[in-house]
Design a protein around this ligand. Structure first.
Ligand SMILES: Cc1cc2nc3c(=O)[nH]c(=O)nc-3n(C[C@H](O)[C@H](O)[C@H](O)COP(=O)(O)O)c2cc1C
Length: 193
């Protein structure tokens, strides 16, 4: 059952600048969402992908309703989630609109295959997830797109691309392993020293 949205009093809300400032502290894994079929394709860089449930496998992504991907996702009822490897920074920038490229032109310079639902999936992504749209919840400027996972192409690559404080950051499972162990907190809750 869906909960009816409450009427929230506006005088308790903070400024968008303060909110943006808070969100800059949140490290996000960088993915490229792909949408469309054939030559009618587009895509966009996002950090809002999150797992929703494992059984059934579903994820969600928050997409600006003005983004060119939004109508294509709605029309075709499918989208791809390409979790980027650190060496795919150029792909992230193209799909964020850098250089002014639009639609199919954003796909140039990288290798793509067509997923089971017809959307392009990025070769060499850490993982490429093919999703069918289960529901779109439109709220404020964005649509929360819930995707039922239809297929997954996992790689054995190890360097993730993240975004933090307005810049891209690489996290390599091998090179950064020692640092990650230093700060890891075991299940008991006590930090290893
Ligand atoms: C690191 C990064 C993360 C982003 N995350 C999102 C996101 O989660 N949702 C969103 O709607 N736009 C996000 N954007 C903005 C879109 O990538 C950008 O607006 C989009 O490419 C515009 O698409 P269009 O030119 O096809 O309309 C992000 C941009 C960057 C650089």
């Amino acid at each position: 059952m869906n909960v009816v949205p409450r009427n929230i009093m506006t005088d308790t809300l903070v400024s968008s600048a303060d909110f943006r400032g808070a969100m800059r502290h949140l490290t996000g894994g960088v993915s490229v969402i792909t949408a469309g079929r054939g030559k009618d394709i587009t895509g966009m860089t996002v950090t809002s992908v999150t797992s929703l449930s494992v059984d059934p496998p579903t994820l969600l992504v928050s997409i600006n309703r003005d983004a060119s991907s939004f109508p294509l996702i709605r029309r075709h009822g499918a989208f791809g989630v390409n979790i980027l490897n650190a060496d795919q920074l150029d792909v992230a920038e193209r799909f964020a609109g850098k250089g002014g490229l639009k639609g199919a032109d954003r796909f140039a310079g990288a290798q793509w295959v067509t997923g089971v639902s017809g959307v392009p999936l990025l070769v060499g992504a850490l993982s490429a997830v093919d999703c069918e749209v289960e529901e779109i919840v439109e709220r404020h400027s964005h649509g929360i797109v819930i995707g039922r996972v239809r297929d997954i192409r996992n790689s054995t690559r190890t360097a993730a691309l993240a975004y933090w404080h307005g810049q891209y950051v690489a996290v390599d499972q091998n090179e950064d392993a020692a640092k990650l162990t230093d700060v890891s907190i075991p299940a008991g809750g006590r930090r290893r020293i």
